[in-house]
Design a binder for this molecule. Structure first.
Ligand SMILES: Nc1ncnc2c1ncn2[C@@H]1O[C@H](COP(=O)(O)OP(=O)(O)OP(=O)(O)O)[C@@H](O)[C@H]1O
Ligand SMILES: [Mg+2]
Length: 230
């Protein structure tokens, strides 16, 4: 009997099928949580067959702002198709960028598995308590975090991509260590998408300025450090 049945009423058939598949393959167990509910996704805590805590991010099929997705996917260079295919494309892009960030040494949840509209990844937190968002938990070393986060932006830029939605709402503070999450708007870095890089830097600067950080780097300085490797 699939344990995901308990939350059956929340999900459409396609999502239930995907959850069942992930469950029977051992990537997830019963969904515990939710850990977070965004406009466009649910995130649950679960345990895999090894009893390891995992975060399960489910992109919603009844997404409200899906109209803007095809244009965005096009900017990302994807072919667009039917609705479900589009949501699956969306999830695949997120998973791929998360994987690229992880493989580049950026502090992100380790990606474990993608299936359809569902991403299974490392759960950042203690026991069943998720790490708090950096916007709510500012107990960290200001200078250390600033250079680390700018360093992550540069690392990703050198690998030719940009997070695209970087802000203290997409950074977790886990025991004083920053974890970048939510690569759902990540983009390949090109001349066309450079504005997203600048926006990320601006968001981080605005936040750190509010926290009292001095000597913030200019957008152009960060961009030229990225270009050093080109
Ligand atoms: N790996 C994780 N470990 C612990 N908590 C997480 C993890 N991933 C996400 N969360 C929690 O779930 C919330 C929502 O996740 P996320 O930011 O990825 O989705 P979202 O904001 O709904 O984004 P979108 O709909 O744009 O994809 C986060 O704010 C965070 O609290
Ligand atoms: Mg988010």
């Amino acid at each position: 009997m699939p344990k995901v049945k308990t939350i059956q009423h929340v999900f459409d058939r396609e999502t239930l099928y995907n959850l069942n598949k992930l469950e029977s393959d051992g990537y997830i167990g019963q969904l515990i949580g939710p850990v977070g509910t965004g406009k466009e996704s649910y995130v649950f805590l679960s345990k895999d067959y090894k009893d390891r805590s995992v975060a399960v991010k489910i992109h919603r099929h009844n997404i409200q702002s899906f109209n803007k997705i095809p244009a965005y996917l096009k900017l990302r260079g994807a072919k667009t198709g039917g609705f479900f295919k589009t949501i699956d494309d969306w999830s695949r892009f997120e998973y791929n960028f998360l994987s690229r960030a992880f493989n580049s040494g950026v502090n992100v949840p380790e990606p474990y598995r993608l299936f359809g509209n569902i991403i299974v990844m490392q759960f950042i937190g203690e026991e069943s308590t998720p790490a708090r968002l950096a916007v709510k938990d500012t107990s960290f070393d200001l200078d250390g975090w600033y250079s680390e986060i700018i360093g992550f932006i540069i690392t990703m830029g050198k690998k030719h991509f940009v997070h695209g939605d970087l802000s203290p709402y997409n950074i977790l503070n886990f025991k004083g260590i920053p974890y970048i999450i939510d690569f759902s708007q990540a983009l390949k870095l090109t001349g066309l998408t450079e504005e997203y890089l600048f926006r990320d830097i601006r968001n981080i600067n605005t936040w750190f300025k509010k926290l009292g950080k001095q000597n913030l780097l200019l957008e152009a300085d960060v961009a030229s450090r990225i270009q050093e490797s080109h």
